[in-house]
Design a protein around this ligand. Structure first.
Ligand SMILES: [Zn+2]
Length: 92
């Protein structure tokens, strides 16, 4: 009998689905207050999780899911920068 390991699940702020943390991307706010895409999931800071797809990113923008996660307004230029980074590392 194989023992099932617990997979850490996180909720995508775009589509709202629970998915294994490993399959999600992390949007991070670092100590300087900068927003960036954390593809490795290892950087320090406050994070929000998103499916690695621009579609979910855009849903998060529309529903203001990211702003809720970070409890602050996110400037348009930050969204544009993040969207560019997302499309660069989109996994499919
Ligand atoms: Zn999603």
């Amino acid at each position: 009998m194989a023992v099932k390991k617990k997979i850490p699940m996180r909720k995508c702020v775009g589509c709202g689905e629970m998915k294994p943390k490993k399959e999600l991307m992390r949007i991070l706010r670092n100590e300087e207050g900068e927003f960036l895409v954390d593809a490795t999931g290892k950087k320090n800071g406050r994070g929000a999780y998103l499916c690695p797809s621009v579609e979910c990113f855009q849903k998060a923008v529309k529903s203001r899911g990211l702003e809720r996660s970070f409890k602050q307004a996110i400037p348009q230029e930050v969204y544009e920068k993040l969207e560019k980074e997302m499309s660069g590392i989109e996994k499919g």
